[in-house]
Design a protein around this ligand. Structure first.
Ligand code: F3S
Length: 277
């Protein structure tokens, strides 16, 4: 008998669900609908949207957008400049920035205005971090994994990418507080991220094998993979049930298998993978 257990918190978070639901609602619209960047880091969902004529665009494609078209801003958010550009070229902008990300952007803008130097914990190339940095005129110091490889300013406002690991945040704040004179630290790691990470860790500690489901370019899914790998050597990272099939023979030898999924993994993909296991 094989036991397959799904982590208590897995799959779509509130912000992603909101964005995906809205996009699918618009799929019947007679207007052309674009998303600025792929709506979420999940290729199955992106392909599904393409089949409904909702296509991702980048800055290079702005020439394709007309005043009759709608552009969706995804949950990662954008810089204020980019938002203005998109408003200028399209007929309608639907801003689906996750409210938790909007909250970070507002804090960053407020404290930048008060003369604090912004420090962001996160991946400098991730769209969420690029977007947040735009709200302080791209002046933020960015720390990867809590490392401090910059001169610590006297007055700091620190925030985090929503999908960061708590341990990295603690490392950063301890490091900054040794030298900063004034430090505002807003732990903006999203509760959905924390819940997914802690329930994944609990499960990985108990299971013989773990399967992580989600986009390879999804930051939060990659973090779940790192957590699983730290506690359970036999961990597989797959995008969907089709990819899982390739590993099913190797998984056969395990009696207790845990499953977790990133915040951008839809329920139907999780269901298919669970059924296969
Ligand atoms: Fe929003 Fe948190 Fe998801 S910030 S997009 S609810 S991981």
């Amino acid at each position: 008998m094989r036991e397959v257990i799904l982590a208590e918190h897995a799959g779509f978070c509130f912000g992603v669900k909101r964005a995906v639901t809205k996009a699918f609602e618009l799929s019947g619209s007679d207007k052309k609908v674009f998303t600025f960047g792929e709506l979420i880091h999940n290729s199955d969902v992106v392909k599904n949207l393409e089949s409904k004529n909702i296509n991702a665009i980048s800055e290079e494609d702005f020439g394709e957008v007309t005043k009759q078209d709608t552009v969706l801003i995804r949950s990662h958010g954008v810089t204020p400049d980019r938002l203005e550009d998109i408003r200028g070229i399209s007929g309608e902008v639907i801003d689906l920035t996750c409210p938790y990300v909007t909250n970070i952007q507002r804090k960053v803008s407020e404290f930048h205005g008060k003369g604090y130097r912004i420090v962001i914990l996160g991946d400098k190339d991730h769209p969420e971090v690029v977007g947040i940095n735009g709200w302080c005129d791209n002046t933020a110091l960015i720390s990867k994994s809590g490392e401090i490889n910059f001169k610590v300013p006297g007055r700091i406002c620190a925030v985090s990418q929503t999908t960061e690991k708590q341990a990295n945040w603690e490392k950063l704040i301890v490091g900054l507080s040794k030298e900063a004179k004034e430090l505002f630290a807003f732990n903006t790691i999203c509760a959905a991220t924390q819940e997914r990470q802690s329930s994944t860790e609990r499960l990985a500690k108990e299971m013989e094998a773990m399967v992580v489901i989600g986009g390879k370019n999804s930051s939060n899914t990659n973090k779940l993979y790192e957590i699983c790998k730290a506690w359970c050597e036999n961990t597989w990272f797959v995008e969907n049930a089709k990819e899982l099939k390739e590993h099913i023979e190797e998984l056969r030898e395990f009696k207790r298998i845990g499953v977790t999924a990133g915040a951008s993994t839809p329920d139907w993909i999780i269901k298919e993978a669970m059924e296969l296991l």
